[in-house]
Design a protein around this ligand. Structure first.
Ligand code: AMP
Ligand code: GLY
Length: 437
């Protein structure tokens, strides 16, 4: 079959790497892809949100399935776009309808959904510019720290956690005043949850589901989880605290009610559900110490979690995706590799603040014990007058170095050795991914 994957980051390279191993796939296209995805497929110069261009490409190339990597095309309704088009209708899109994508696209919708289906999550209320004063009054009823969330998509920047009431009141006013534009025209204020986080990924055909390997991502720039938040500095899978008892609660209290709730609300959902969970270390109204609660939903795989999760899926991912498309996921087998996978992100100097792009990356082909996923890279012509090409840095997060190990220490050590084989000006990475577990 011919498959088109949308997106261009480390997550998409990891998905492309796994998809390309499938004997079911004859051709893999990635739109737009990056310098890494072209090693496992054919890059197509189309933006993941350019539906008209995607339509034309899918029809002219005879694409049989579309897999959506990032959230933006889903929130913009790519699934519905295909469904409503006579010529595209028969081509499955792996990802939810626009209604389902609200689980990520609107925090207020996600919170309301969890409340309707008694899924454990932080208590909350939603405010608008008209109800600013009530929002401030609500803050007075809470204990610090205060959690403020812009309702809409903000490229991961829409959540503020504030230590003082004064700061929370001021930020609320600024958010509702248009700090994140339309995305913060509604703001969710919620109870702070204390505990340790993990990411659970579910693949569903809207009735049956498979729970993929659990991962933990590391968001802060500095070792020991210090400094500014980033798009993710690495990930590890499995997560020891997400043991059988914990996962049974996740399945019973979160996964099943989520899938059932979508069905009851008439929402078509065929794709990945990413549960951002916290194992709470205090008692809340809907959870006891050690129980899972939902921090957030995303409607796609996580980045950089995918860069470790894909290593641990032993089965043919495309077979599972066909099960999603055909509505018979329950008949497909998910086998999980028992080894540990660790992914370490090499980032540009200065990231997540200001950084330069365009530095040549060398040593990529000297890496032997890890799998190298490109995140922010680009291929350019060498400036020596020849036709030769060169991979250069093209983002804050540049390369994810993923390795297997018998345990975390072994996998991390392998990624660390491989990280030293790769050179570019300003390269930085964390050496402690997974060490807190
Ligand atoms: P999000 O953008 O929803 O992924 O939130 C970013 C991060 O903020 C999460 O990964 C958590 O670390 C943190 N966070 C969000 N909501 C809460 C909450 N209610 N309590 C504690 N931490 C939170
Ligand atoms: N790793 C978090 C995310 O993908 O949103």
């Amino acid at each position: 079959m011919k498959l088109l994957l949308l997106g261009s980051g480390g997550r998409e390279h990891a998905l492309a790497w796994k998809i390309a191993q499938s004997p079911l796939v004859e051709t893999l296209f990635i739109a737009p892809g990056n310098a890494g995805t072209r090693q496992v497929g054919t890059n197509v110069n189309i933006k993941a949100t350019d539906f008209a261009a995607i339509r034309q490409f899918v029809l002219s190339e005879g694409v049989d399935m579309v897999v959506v990597g990032p959230e933006a095309p889903l929130v913009e309704g790519i699934q519905d776009f295909f469904q409503q088009d006579e010529a595209l209708r028969r081509i499955p899109v792996i990802g939810p309808s626009q209604a389902g994508a609200q689980l990520e696209g609107s925090k207020d919708f996600a919170k309301g959904f969890m409340q309707r289906h008694t899924i454990p999550t932080a208590a909350y209320r939603t405010f608008t510019p008209e109800t600013l004063d009530e929002g401030k009054a609500f803050l007075h009823t809470l204990q610090p720290p205060y959690v403020l969330k812009a309702d809409g998509l903000c490229a991961g920047k829409g959540v503020l956690i504030l230590d003082t009431l004064e700061a929370a009141e001021q930020e609320l006013e600024e958010m509702l005043g248009g700090m994140f534009g339309e995305a913060s025209s509604r703001v969710v204020i919620e109870e702070f949850l204390s505990g340790i986080e993990c990411s659970v990924f579910v693949l569903t055909d809207s009735t049956d589901y498979k729970i993929l390997p659990v991962a933990k991502d590391y968001k802060r720039i500095g070792e020991g989880d210090t400094g500014l938040n980033t798009g993710g500095m690495g990930s590890v899978s499995p997560v020891p605290f997400a043991d059988a008892t914990f996962m049974q609660k996740v399945e019973e209290r979160i996964v099943r009610p989520t899938i059932q709730g979508l069905k009851e609300e008439g929402i078509a959902y065929r794709g990945f559900i990413f549960l951002g969970l916290i194992r709470v270390d205090r008692t809340y109204s809907c959870a006891e110490v050690g129980d899972p609660m939902v921090i957030e939903y995303n409607v796609r795989m996580g980045d950089p979690e995918t860069e470790s999760v894909m290593l641990r899926i032993e089965s043919d991912l495309v077979d599972l995706l066909c099960g999603v498309a055909e509505g018979n996921l329950g008949t497909r087998e998910l086998r999980i590799d028992p080894r540990t996978a660790v992914s370490v992100m090499l980032v540009s100097g200065g990231y997540p603040g200001h950084y330069e792009k365009g530095f040549p990356i060398t040593g990529l082909d000297t890496v032997k014990e890890s799998i190298v996923f490109h995140a922010g890279t680009k291929l350019v012509k060498k400036d020596n007058g020849t036709a030769m090409e060169q991979v250069v840095t093209d983002g804050g997060r540049v390369i994810a170095v993923s390795s297997y190990g018998a345990d975390r220490a072994e996998a991390l050590a392998a990624s660390f050795r491989s990280a030293q084989c790769i050179q570019f000006e300003g390269k930085y990475f964390r050496r402690d991914i997974g060490n807190d577990l």
